[in-house]
Ligand binder design. Structure first.
Ligand code: FMN
Length: 302
């Protein structure tokens, strides 16, 4: 019997659709039946973004407030594997991704089913993956693998280029000198390699050892400096979201948040990272190594 695979995703730019296509190609070539479902909100987020709309997505992203999704249905009642492909927004799963994971139909189909998460973000996916892990656990899904593709350029370079992409709508070189934003074409093509790794595990319906293989093949990378920023920024984003969501003065507070974010990224983060590199990291080497191992895995901290 052909294995049944469901790939659920949302994408604004098409990047994640290309990655899902590459990832699933080896499964299809081996005879698996792969159903790909691009699920959209009833009121979709506009792309390219306008600045106010972009930052306005922060509180709901961080607090995991779902939106209504366009109607969808599954061909099968049960799948051998579900690939949940998503993008981080503000260190959280995007609002459409959260909406899927909180949708009764998705929770039902995921119950007791192996799930592989496949994300494509700028470079900060650790907090969002923790939130996704929790939502999968709520749905009683079995997370068996995770691949996280990112923009490999320097953190600040990727902030500039993603803004150019998000606000201009084109995945091209800003001013002709910056690199192209997002996941590189090479990494998108290479996503098929991860599909090849998954194939024998799908065929055997036995997932032990797969995540280690995906990590060894470059399915994700955890950098010390990004981990350092994310662990602190996640808590600060919670404070901002709580101060804004459902409270008066939303537009004004979001304007302040926008400038806070720019100052935090371009001024505070480089200083703090330098201090961490020179001083703090030496005291936390064991802890950091343990954290990295945890983030590279598929278990959820109690
Ligand atoms: C509102 C917004 C917030 C984002 N926040 C993050 C983030 O916190 N971390 C990250 O790695 N990427 C972030 N990104 C990049 C996206 O994860 C994604 O890679 C990019 O928007 C491509 O979109 P697509 O998958 O919808 O085609 C953000 C993008 C948007 C539009």
């Amino acid at each position: 019997m052909a294995k049944k695979v469901l790939a659920l995703y949302y994408t604004q730019t098409g990047q994640l659709a290309d990655i899902v296509d590459q990832f699933t190609a080896p499964l299809i070539a081996a005879g698996a039946s792969v159903e790909k479902l691009n699920i959209k909100p009833v009121n979709d987020f506009p792309f390219p973004w306008k600045s106010e709309v972009f930052f306005d997505a922060m509180p709901e992203s961080v607090k995991g407030i779902p939106v209504e999704l366009q109607p969808f249905s599954f061909k099968e009642e049960k799948y051998d594997l579900i690939i949940f492909a998503y993008q981080p927004w503000f260190l959280s799963p995007s609002i459409p991704a959260t909406s899927m994971l909180k949708h009764e139909k998705v929770k039902q189909i995921m119950r007791d089913t192996p799930v592989i998460t496949l994300s494509a973000g700028r470079n900060m996916w650790l907090n969002s993956q923790e939130k996704v892990k929790r939502l999968l656990a709520d749905a009683k899904a079995k997370l068996v693998g995770n691949v996280a593709l990112v923009d490999r350029h320097h953190n600040l370079v990727s902030v500039i280029t993603i803004m150019h992409w998000a606000f201009g709508g084109k995945k091209d070189k800003y001013l002709g000198i910056f690199p192209r934003p997002g996941v590189s074409d090479e990494d998108i093509q290479n996503a098929s390699e991860f599909g090849k790794i998954v194939l024998p595990y799908l065929q055997a319906a036995e997932w032990n050892g797969m995540q280690e293989k995906l990590v060894a093949a470059g399915g994700l990378e955890i950098k010390d400096d990004i981990m350092f920023i994310e662990e602190r920024a996640g808590r600060l984003f919670d404070l901002w979201a709580n101060a804004i969501y459902g409270k008066p003065g939303r537009a004004f507070k979001l304007l302040i948040y926008k400038y806070y974010l720019l100052v935090a990224l371009f001024l505070v983060a480089p200083i703090v990272l330098t201090l961490n590199f020179l001083v703090f990291q030496w005291f936390f080497m064991g802890r950091n190594a343990r954290q990295k191992l945890y983030y590279a895995g598929v278990t959820l901290k109690k």
